[in-house]
Design a protein around this ligand. Sequence first.
Ligand SMILES: O=C(O)CCC(=O)C(=O)O
Ligand SMILES: [Fe+2]
Length: 448
Amino acid sequence: MASLSCLEGLRRLANVNRSVESSEKLIQEEGSEALSDAERKALRRDGWAAAQLAAQAFLREWMQAHPGEALPESIFVACQEAVNRQLPHLFSGREGGELLSFVRYAHKDLLRVEDPPKRLRSTADWESIFPRYPTLDDGYLKSFEACDSQGIRQALDKYGFCVVKVLSRQECEASIVAMFEEINLLRAQKGIEGPAVDVDDPSTWFDKNWPSSCKFLVDDVALHKQAFANRRSQRIYQAFCGIWREEQLHVSVDKWGVSRGAIDRPRWRVGLKPHWDVNPWQCVRDWDAGIDPGYQGVVALRDQDLETGCHLTLPGCTNFLRQWCLERRFEKVSNSSKSFRASEEDPILQYMQPVPLRQGEMVIWSCAQLHGSTHNLSGKMRLAQYIRMFPAPKVGGTANYDEKDNFSCTRVLRRALKKGQLSWSDLEDLQLDPLGRQLLGVDLLHED
Ligand SMILES: O=C(O)CCC(=O)C(=O)O
Ligand SMILES: [Fe+2]
């Protein structure tokens, strides 16, 4: 519901006052011998409902006068006092703390059904909230060397994301060969007949020729040796060490990213609508608990641009997210850590920026970024690998990213070993050095 019109607000307040008055009168009679237990209980329940409406009317009025502001503690206290004055019998004998938590509950309940008023902003205001990440003359974005920790951190602080040079051309080409080796091996295991899927031959890209029926074409995480080699990339590690200011990191074991050139097949357009992988309210809860919500990353195995489809983000979103929450009602998902898709009417969508990447570059973004991807409108594939790193549990403080993250190395490897998708000898074949063992949490797997 949009914010209430003045008239509607007044009408509501009048109704509230009437119901508060009648509830208070009835509660005074609660002691009366004439009432049955059930009647007394119903009376109390109505009294609390009236108190809730009275508290919400008070809070709504304050919020309308202060759009986009967090409710200060003094307003909760003032609200509690006002309701207490209106319904002294309901509250008699109760602790102040109890009434204060009642008022907080009423506030939360209000935000479940009503959008709080939004602050009015000009285009110039929005543009300074969402500053454009620097673009170069060739249309690609400014990218950092993996060792430039300061540059990477400053870009993350300002824009919520950054582009880093991570893989060589050879590593990317070897990754593409590996990706299609793995895809074709899965086809063979599933008994799929037809030509091998060829990255450059659109006649082999038809739906039934893939080992997965999902629109993103791969069901499972990438388990090819080259996928693991990329997860141990020195440059990716260096970039994340700088971001976290920590060397004891774990890596995600996530998927390849494939999207087909959809120039002749609109059905193959699989760009993702703007969303947060972890909903905004959970990010704010993490910050309040002193926890960094973490980062996600995509490595481009070939050039990606608006033709092939590329990443899309809202520069500066991370810095705005707390304020965004103050100006939005609580959605159902806000009590979980699930993903959340932005409403198509949200004015912030207009400020999103595409992130074209050169082969071997990686975009790293904070989980607090609103992001998505653009459709592949070309005749070529968009090819990527999803990789992120986060502190290992022994240094993660109160945040256990191995548990929080569905694609953490220890969670995924345990599952893959159990399901027989991977064996201990496959892990040995990777010939991991001490850093590789640490990144993949291999010694923790042995503890099971
Ligand atoms: O591929 C991309 O650029 C974004 C992917 C993404 O947002 C996701 O998988 O949740
Ligand atoms: Fe996402």
